[in-house]
Design a protein around this ligand. Sequence first.
Ligand code: ADP
Length: 460
Amino acid sequence: HATKKTMADHLRKYESVFTLTPQRMRMIVEAFKDTLELGLQKPDQIVPMIPTFVFGFPTGQEQGDYLAVDLGGTNLRVCLVSIQGEGKFEITQSKYRLTEEQKQDDGQKLFDFCAECLKTFVDTNLADADAGHELQPGEMLPLGFTFSYPCLQSKIDHGELIRWTKGFGATNTEGRDVAEMFRQSLLKYNLPVVLTALINDTTGTLIASHYVNPKTRIACIFGTGCNAAYMERVGDIPKIKHLGIDDSAQMAINCEWGAFDSFEHEHLPRTKYDAIVDDTSNKPGEQSFEKLISGRYLGEILRLVICELIDEGVLFLGQNTYKLEVPYVFDTAFLSLMESDPTDELLMIIGIFSHFFAVETTLAERQFFRALAKLIGRRAARLSACGIAAIVSKMGYLDEGCAVGADGSLYNKYPGFADRIHEGLVDIFGEKGRNIVTYHAEDGSGVGSAIIAAMTKVRK
Ligand code: ADP
């Protein structure tokens, strides 16, 4: 009879599949760089490297009052942003919840709802100076529209929806110009606004974080999904050469990097748990990089490991585990809580398992869960470092150093996520990796949208 394996023995197996060596990370960075280049060279690539028609960084001197509408994954947000120059701004905002029905119903109705919410906001906040901004007769406010779904753009205030993501499926919208559709809705409600810019949240974060910290060169989102944007020289975007834009101009690129290694699965270290997440997702094969990193998936990866050990008769012997057997019940926020449990007994972990999943845990099991969360969270951060390193290396930012504005609940709330990205950058680049520093970017989707609306006005 073989001696019974301890939880520590089991952990060693997971350590070997979830750990990324510096050498492996450097290989990923090289492949990532090639993929970024390919996306700039040719249209219709897996990582689409979308030109945003946002030209260059703000000067920091932009000023004025702007409206922003942010259609995110769960909420619709309307903001009045007062930009004051020198990196300063004030923001007044309201949130409106979207129903599942609205996400799947006719697209024009969705934009009508956005306009209706904007109307309520304008009536409340733009009636007099005390409320925010007093609209003068005939005055039209510039409006930035943050729409974080992949769009093909040929100018800043147009954008054809390539496909819905993040669970949206509104009809009669894919393939159409969403800015134009929203303009139709704005007309219906007779709103005193001009839609001047359609932007992605990643691009908004890039611009807003540069406004606050001019050393910023890259922006990343780590939330439900995962994406990045940076500023590129137009001459280095061969696929838009036919537009005749000055080669020396700068344009923000929305990478849509969550798609890296999709379909081919050649470069990323996928475990069998990652393969299950992918196979059972609504879009198998797609968003491969995102599926190893973002908040939507980390909890599910951990849950799949737990289920495997339940099947092997290692965990929760004699207990009913049906509550753990439902896909996506284990939220990534639980990983954050498990990693930050300050008690020796791991009382927080006792609470999570007993309260949400009706199972009792031993101390050895709890230590194992915490260690497993750490492996999965650490891998996500180190892969994120590979993506950042690919842009840094391609653009030659390493010697001079740069700041990376980041946002999203995973980045903001997962303990140690930023530190692990920084460690990863040192593993990739050596000591020089310390020149690249990520920081929390405040409300990029609202403020960025307003600043881009301001930049657009200045250009005209
Ligand atoms: P979105 O990306 O939809 O705009 P967020 O940035 O809030 O919104 O990201 C939501 C994702 O973050 C969800 O997948 C959720 O599981 C995850 N999340 C929420 N809270 C935490 C937390 N405390 N720690 C880690 N992940 C979290």
